[in-house]
Design a protein around this ligand. Structure first.
Ligand code: MG
Length: 400
């Protein structure tokens, strides 16, 4: 039974100008009686953050980038109608915003490792976390899940696959789970030959067949590293061993993931491929909220649902991510940072598509993992991996 008194949720959006942040705010605009925005933080987009602040009137706003933060401060105060809110800038400023701004829940959707500290700051201030930033669990999964337990806050997955698993696992006992099956769209190069994969362009890599996403995650989907990162996330979120996490290519992206139980029963979660569905579920969990923003699923309009094994030879990133999780300690953080650096260089046009797995593999080979790392050791390993990735890519090694 849904409770008769429907309270308003106070939300903090860390990463409000990115793809997930903008979609969350479109939901907030459509249900002002259910969602109230208390804080907005982003990386460097001054114009869009100001626009959002004028619509939602948060108590605090901020930008990670120092220069952009200074511009934000000037424009927020000097424009005809000055904004009445606290303004933060710089990485530490955003941590302070995340910790001190009043809210029930923080939607953490900042890009890359930069999202780690603000997420932890929000968590340690007792806010529930709706987690869209993959790197938080990939780089610091053990630390973050341990902290969430000790602060008594919920880690609610926003990633569509993990939201699906989370929904399938409601009411089930951990020992009843035989394996979890992450579905993957397969990305734009599902049928591309190994020779052609070496020559694909940035534009091709960015044109995802079913999901509308930011650049970095689009490239991760094309290399299947996105699914590799999701294996690591699933391990930390649901405590399932790496050997019990499978990946199945499902190009229609209608089944978002599945859980198989010990009795042979399989639960799948379905819906149209639209991130606003998992965002809503995370924001209101355990309540399901009426939603007129996203079209319903009409299976009569859907083509066949197909499934196939992923090809780890053409997409070695999937194998590298499994290896990193098995090796443990700081290795997943290193793998993730090497990937971020290599993807950045590919998007800038400075390296080829297959240089991404090559670089990651080389950097992982050079790393001696530190076990049970502190946040400082994780960030150190991350920075080290980025420096290594910059030199590895230039060595001319082209085979994985
Ligand atoms: Mg996903």
């Amino acid at each position: 039974m849904v409770s008769a008194v429907r309270t308003k949720k106070k939300i903090l959006v860390l990463g409000s100008t990115g793809s997930i942040g903008r979609q969350a705010l479109s939901l907030a605009a459509a249900m002002p009686d259910r969602l109230e925005i208390f804080g907005l933080a982003a990386h460097s987009n001054v114009g869009l953050l100001l626009e959002q602040a004028r619509v939602f009137h948060p108590q605090a706003i901020g930008l990670v980038n120092e220069e952009a933060g200074t511009e934000l401060r000037e424009r927020a105060r000097s424009e005809l109608d000055p904004l009445d809110c606290a303004i933060y800038q710089g990485a530490e400023g955003i941590e302070e915003l995340a910790a001190t701004t009043e809210a029930d829940l923080a939607l953490c959707c900042m890009l890359g490792t930069g999202g780690l500290r603000p997420t932890l700051a929000a968590l340690r201030s007792g806010k529930d976390i709706a987690l869209a930033n993959k790197e938080t669990l990939v780089a610091a999964g053990e630390l973050v899940t341990r902290e969430a337990r000790s602060y008594g806050v919920r880690l609610l997955p926003v990633d569509s696959e993990h939201s699906a698993l989370f929904q399938c696992l409601q009411g089930e006992l951990p020992e009843a789970v035989k394996r979890v099956i992450l579905t993957a769209s397969g990305g734009p190069f599902l049928h591309t030959s190994p020779e052609d994969l070496c020559r694909v362009t940035v534009e091709q890599a960015l044109s995802h067949p079913t999901w509308r996403m930011g650049n970095k995650i689009s490239v991760d989907s094309a290399t299947l590293m996105n699914k590799g990162l999701e294996i690591i996330e699933a391990h930390h979120l649901f405590g399932v061993g790496v050997d019990r996490i499978e990946v199945l290519v499902h190009p229609q992206s209608i089944i978002h993931s599945m859980v198989e139980f010990v009795d042979g029963s399989v639960k799948a979660q379905m819906g149209v491929p639209d991130m606003r569905l998992p965002i809503l579920y995370a924001l209101f969990y355990p309540e399901r909220v009426e939603n007129s923003e996203v079209p319903g699923l009409d299976l009569r309009q859907t083509s066949r649902l197909t499934f196939q094994e992923p090809d780890v030879n053409r997409f070695p990133c999937l194998r590298l991510a499994r290896e990193a999780l098995k090796l443990g300690g700081t290795m997943p953080a290193v793998m993730n940072a090497a990937n971020e650096a290599a993807v950045g260089r590919f998007i800038e046009g400075n390296s080829g598509f297959m240089d991404i797995p090559n670089t990651i593999k080389q950097v992982m080979k050079l790393h001696d993992p530190i076990f049970d790392p502190s946040m400082a050791q994780i960030l150190e390993a991350d920075a080290w991996a980025r420096r290594q990735a910059a030199t590895c890519g230039k060595s001319g090694v082209t085979h994985v």
